[in-house]
Write a protein that binds this ligand. Structure first.
Ligand code: NAD
Length: 269
């Protein structure tokens, strides 16, 4: 049997950080070797197992990413744009697998990320669930068949703590629709409608975001024609869904050539 894959978890005190540590700790093919977070994070000095809701794991949360990456084969990174950009050269330098779930990067930061991760094995996804990636594939296929007289609207709901909108998942779905139609999303995207917006422009892809309570993540893709409507809906009911997908991506990435992959590659979609 292959050696367990050694993972470090960034943002260890965060909602996803805790889930990722739990997923690694209970997976027989994985080993948690380091956990880290911002210097000022409340999780500093805490035991990773306890933070994950399990028994103590003997791994203390620290703030030094470089030391953590020295002992890991892969980094699970669901943090913030600045943090992810700061870890990228470290994983590239070591040729580690870098699993990036962080959302909210600007276009310029996305471009910077591509450059900084040259040499690394990156799997990047706005959503690591099988279901959402299947909905992306369906959205692309349907958008290929239905013309611009079918309005595409993507709506999403997330918990009140989320800081970016539209969500990374909504953007993935929008990109899938745009690819299906053979258009550029940035040129055709409409979000945050307010006031006298005028009639809907044909061929645009609309986004709306709700922030409320503790909703983990809900997404709907609507294709609305004059005489029919199609809707694809995905509801995440447990963050373990994303952690499990991220871990599967990490294990998959271990035997790949350096490159910038997505969850679609991992799932063979
Ligand atoms: P959170 O706020 O609970 O946790 C973020 C963690 O990152 C915190 O521990 C924070 O201290 C740490 N962090 C932030 N900035 C940092 C920095 N500069 N240096 C070091 N650590 C830093 O948020 P969350 O709900 O866990 O989500 C984290 C990210 O993952 C968000 O971007 C979210 O949209 C994304 N997310 C992605 C998926 C997916 O499947 N791709 C699923 C869920 C969440």
């Amino acid at each position: 049997m292959a050696e367990p894959m050694k993972f470090a978890v960034a943002g260890a005190g965060g909602r996803m950080g805790r889930m990722l540590m739990k997923a690694v700790l209970v997976h027989p093919g994985c080993e948690l070797v380091a956990a880290f977070d911002r210097r000022e994070a409340k999780a500093q000095g805490e035991d990773a197992g306890v933070l994950a809701g399990l028994k103590p794991a003997g791994i203390t949360v620290r703030h030094d990413a470089a030391t953590a990456l020295d002992v890991a084969d892969g980094l699970l990174d669901f943090t913030g744009p600045e943090a992810t950009l700061s870890y990228a050269p470290e994983t590239a330098k070591r040729g580690s697998v870098h699993i990036i779930g962080t959302t909210g990067l600007s276009d310029a930061q996305e471009e910077q990320l591509r450059k900084l991760t040259e040499g690394a094995r990156v799997v990047r996804a706005g959503n690591f669930s099988l279901g959402v990636n299947l909905v992306c594939a369906l959205t692309k296929a349907v958008a290929e068949r239905l013309g611009p007289d079918y309005d595409v609207e993507i709506s999403e709901t997330h918990h009140r703590h989320k800081t970016d909108a539209p969500s990374g998942t909504a953007l993935m779905l929008g990109r899938s629709a745009a690819e299906g139609r053979g258009i550029d999303l940035a040129q055709n995207m409409v979000s945050g409608r307010d006031g006298i917006t005028g009639p809907r422009k044909e061929g645009t892809i609309g986004f709306s975001s709700i922030r409320a309570g503790e909703v983990i993540g809900e997404h709907t893709v609507l294709f609305a024609g004059l005489a029919e409507r199609l809707e694809f809906k995905h509801v995440a009911t447990d963050r373990a869904l994303f952690a499990g997908g991220a871990l599967a991506a990490g294990l998959w990435g271990r035997s790949r050539e350096p490159g910038f992959y997505t969850m679609m590659d991992v799932l063979g979609l």
